[in-house]
Design a binder for this molecule. Sequence first.
Ligand SMILES: *[C@@H]1O[C@H](CO)[C@@H](O)[C@H](O)[C@H]1NC(C)=O
Ligand SMILES: *[C@@H]1O[C@H](CO)[C@@H](O)[C@H](O)[C@H]1NC(C)=O
Ligand SMILES: *[C@@H]1O[C@H](CO)[C@@H](O)[C@H](O)[C@H]1NC(C)=O
Ligand SMILES: *[C@@H]1O[C@H](CO)[C@@H](O)[C@H](O)[C@H]1NC(C)=O
Length: 504
Amino acid sequence: MIASTGFMFLGFVVFFLSHSCTTTIASIITPRFPSSILRPELISSSKGQVVYESKYFTQTLDHFNFQPQGYQTFQQRYLINDKYWGGAKNNAPIFVYTGNEGDIEWFAQNTGFMIDTAPHFKALLVFIEHRFYGKSIPFGGDTDVAYSNATTLGYLSSTQALADYATLIIDLKKNLTAEDSPVLVLGGSYGGMLAAWFRLKYPHIAMGALASSAPILNFEGITSPYSFNDIITQDFRGVSENCYKVIKGSWKQMEKTAQKPSGLEQLRKSFRICKNYITIDSLVNWLYTALVYTAMTDYPTQSNFLNPLPAYPVKQMCKAVEDPMVGNDTFAKLYGAANIYYNYSGNAKCFDLNDNSDPHGLDEWTWQACTEMIMPTNGNNEESIFPPSQWQYSERASSCKMVFGIEPRPNWITTEFGGHDIRRVLKRFGSNIIFFNGLRDPWSGGGVLESISKSIVAIVAKEGAHHVDLRFSTEEDPEWLRQARKREIKIISKWLQQYYHDLD
Ligand SMILES: *[C@@H]1O[C@H](CO)[C@@H](O)[C@H](O)[C@H]1NC(C)=O
Ligand SMILES: *[C@@H]1O[C@H](CO)[C@@H](O)[C@H](O)[C@H]1NC(C)=O
Ligand SMILES: *[C@@H]1O[C@H](CO)[C@@H](O)[C@H](O)[C@H]1NC(C)=O
Ligand SMILES: *[C@@H]1O[C@H](CO)[C@@H](O)[C@H](O)[C@H]1NC(C)=O
């Protein structure tokens, strides 16, 4: 059987190979990203260079424990830009990006919405890095120590991260004597979840949140474990029924080929895999990664988020699959699709299945996915573009036990932040949250897709992908995207108006 379970978030696809009883850490496969070297502090955009100053804040290691070791500190990085800020005297707003699972520079580079709207709002821009990622590493900044085991990684959690953000924002406002400046938190993906939760947990610090592609409902028992791959299936099927059929039909054929005497070598050649270790599972995982991430980042303009990609890459993949020049060879068709994701730059000599490079520093998501972020996504029904499979919590649990020696807490997120009956709960309790979702994004299946109240608003873009609203605006942006951003700006303006009214 082909690898049947996996878990992923933004930067993370892992297949745990359930059919093999000898699973080891080495068999956990992470996606390969061609390195894109970011110059620190200099974030380039389509509109030239945007400069953020990197600063460090002495942060408390454990906000929820008064044992002496909890008082240890670490250096937390944040990026700041005050070029457009209207200043403390005017109580001009502060926009804070609640960093997610990776280098904060990378998120800053891909969140043009802040800089695009800063002149209009006269906003101070701040991007805070999530603990245990990028340069915000506890235990003296030493990843060897910080990532050693469950004892050190135990300080990596969403609640600690939110408390970091609260502490840092309060201190920053004090330093700027900007105590009365309204704070808007915003984020995409896990960062969007953090933004929404921050607004709910710390309403005295943030007057509103823009939570983009935040799958806060993608937890056990709330949304269907099939929704994620159903959406990917629909993305490809929506382009062409034939493209969907070719991809869907390829898995069995691959498996069959792999069982032949020199089948793996044949597959290696078909997919131009480098001459090294290849297994059917690593090949499938490699293809799965390409399909998932292309669906997630099916942006209307050329992009370089996870990998460099053309505009509407799903369409481009199907075009490659259906290229008449390729003939009838299924593997050649699939190679063409993979080539869009892994080789849009045209620089790849061969594809390395064992490339575990992690240029955006996303690896520690494994720990989060083994503790609180139990987000079922890999159910596949008969219609799925991937082989049929079921979400099995027990598989996740045993993998995590093996890797970290810990038991996940699948109900902790809903206990801490809610999620069940969210409409009923937030209708009377919450306010000032925008939930943006693009329906082509597989994560939208776990998003808030209907407005809950006048000020908890869902903005849904049928053609949208993963936090496309937060990306730098470009000349080529389609009308639906312009409209979505316009609406967000209008809602935020209203919140600010109300804030200043109340302040008077
Ligand atoms: C965990 O890692 C820390 C830091 O490297 C080390 O001091 C400690 O002994 C380790 N604990 C266990 C249980 O292995
Ligand atoms: C506020 O100022 C103090 C003293 O200079 C400094 O140590 C601290 O890091 C500053 N806070 C932030 C968030 O930069
Ligand atoms: C491809 O398959 C179709 C339908 O099965 C067949 O008619 C056609 O001749 C094949 N073309 C090639 C080049 O093998
Ligand atoms: C990558 O694309 C270039 C340009 O199209 C091509 O020459 C090269 O063979 C491709 N690499 C692989 C591994 O397919």
